[in-house]
Design a protein around this ligand. Structure first.
Ligand code: FAD
Length: 329
């Protein structure tokens, strides 16, 4: 076994690897080869022995398996403790994490703790003698920036999902699989996950839907979203929401559009009771046609829209839905 050069953190959910975590092998294997050392994988979760085997087939030379019921839940403090333990065991120069919700929390936390550099959401990672040079898209992918971190100290890197290919598995590769015992502090155990909300299967995919009907705070309550759902159903649209709405718990976060939610570019975007804050519009301004229903003629989304209906949504939406049903038969 040679010196560990690169550690990939394999995030798991319910005993299975997250697809974005498997892509880390496509990024990490060439980097370890260029550095002339081992690619080490940390598999953290509960009931993850099968993932450990897969990590070996995908190119890890050494797999550290933190298999612990405490890691069954995606709690950042606990997974961070597992990564810290793996760092002590492997001492890598580069640490790769997926830019998932968990990875995006973990990487800055660990980089801060180790006073190390953090290259964020990278789509390309290259090595120079003195530095690691990475590419990362910014401003909703309109620009690519090149970022550098000097070598000689540990560097944490999050890899953007879809940017690196998952290598072909090589069954029977010689690989060292070692259990990793992690000690958790009381504080690590203090946060627990009370509920995981699974996205219902068969629901229209918001990001690829040609028609998206978005409800904002103006809709007034979770119950009133029935109006938005009925309008969406009348034109075969997917339902989206603003952050105000998901923060209030009226709709799930996976329906949120904007800076901290999803990006949509439908043929038709229909906003109901949405003001059009910039954090929302960055996620929908690529829509072909924007229609808005709002009682405030000065709302930013009204100014941005191709068509605006000014008035009370509780009067307009039921009538519009009824008329659309009639027209569409
Ligand atoms: P409001 O701004 O409250 O607008 C409600 C609208 O409904 C108003 O225009 C009002 O005139 C209209 N209305 C009210 N009643 C009626 C009625 N009866 N009939 C017709 N119209 C009516 N927001 C996002 O959406 N997505 C993000 O990803 C996001 N990320 C953020 C990230 C950061 C760091 C921050 C600081 C904010 C973020 N926000 C995001 C929040 C954003 O700034 C706004 O607060 C939010 O978009 C407002 O949501 P809204 O339009 O539903 O609510």
């Amino acid at each position: 076994m040679s010196q560990a050069r690169v550690l990939v953190v394999v995030e798991t959910v319910a005993g299975e690897a997250r697809p974005a975590a498997l892509e880390l092998f496509g990024a990490g294997r060439p980097l370890a080869d260029r550095l002339g050392g081992d690619l080490v994988a940390l598999v953290a979760g509960s009931g993850v022995q099968a993932v450990a085997g897969l990590a070996g087939e995908l190119g890890a030379d050494r797999v550290l398996v933190a298999d612990d019921p405490a890691l069954a839940e995606p709690v950042v403090a606990r997974v961070a403790r597992a990564v810290e333990t793996a760092l002590a065991a492997a001492d890598p120069e580069l640490v790769l994490l997926p830019a998932t919700t968990l990875g995006r929390d973990l990487a800055p936390l660990l980089a801060g703790r180790f006073r190390a550099a953090h290259l964020v959401n990278c789509t390309r990672i290259e090595l120079e003698d003195q530095a690691v040079v990475a590419t990362r898209p910014v401003y909703q992918d309109k620009l690519l920036t090149t970022v550098r971190a000097p070598r000689g100290r540990r560097i944490f890197i999050t890899a953007r999902s879809g940017a690196f290919p998952v290598p072909e598995p090589q069954p029977g590769r010689q690989v060292s699989i070692e259990p990793l015992a992690v000690s958790f502090t009381e504080a690590d155990q203090a946060v627990t996950v009370t509920r995981l909300v699974e996205k219902p299967k068969g629901q229209t995919n918001l990001e690829s839907a040609p028609v998206v009907v978005v409800g904002g705070r103006g809709v007034g309550s979770a119950e009133n979203f029935r109006l938005v759902e009925e309008l969406a159903a009348a034109i075969d649209g997917a339902v989206g929401c603003t952050r105000a709405v998901s923060d209030l718990g009226w709709r799930p976060h996976y329906e949120q559009i904007g800076q901290t939610g999803k990006n949509v570019r439908p043929k038709l975007y229909l906003g109901v009771g949405v003001s059009g804050a910039v954090q929302h519009t960055v996620g929908m301004r690529g829509s072909d046609t924007i229609v808005v229903i709002n009682r405030d003629p000065n709302a930013p989304l009204v100014k941005m829209a191709d068509f605006a209906i000014i008035g009370d949504l509780f009067d307009i939406v039921p009538r519009l839905t009824k008329r659309l049903r009639e027209v569409r038969g």
